[in-house]
Write a protein that binds this ligand. Sequence first.
Ligand SMILES: [Zn+2]
Length: 115
Amino acid sequence: MTLGDKQRAFTRMIADLIQFAYNSGFELTFGDAFRDSRVHGAMGKKKSYSASSSNHKIRLAVDFNLFVNGEYITKGDHPAYIQLGEYWESLGGSWGGRFKGGDANHFSLEHNGRK
Ligand SMILES: [Zn+2]
């Protein structure tokens, strides 16, 4: 599977995640999606707040802000985040809520060992 194949599959998966969220009674806004190398540095280069080797730089990660009953959810261990994370994993994605330190709003697709 090429990177382009993965990017296109990822975008389709994100559509399913958004549908799942709204069907579950949640709402989302976009946080970071693609992080352009002109701003954030090329893959492996540190130029901004972004991790040097972030999957955001290769269009394989999106951060979502989660709302439940209009309330912005900031705790990564909130049941709604866990529901979204588990659904995302069922599609084959990697959920940041499993990362060391927790990054619950991060939904990505693994590539070359990076999530
Ligand atoms: Zn992220």
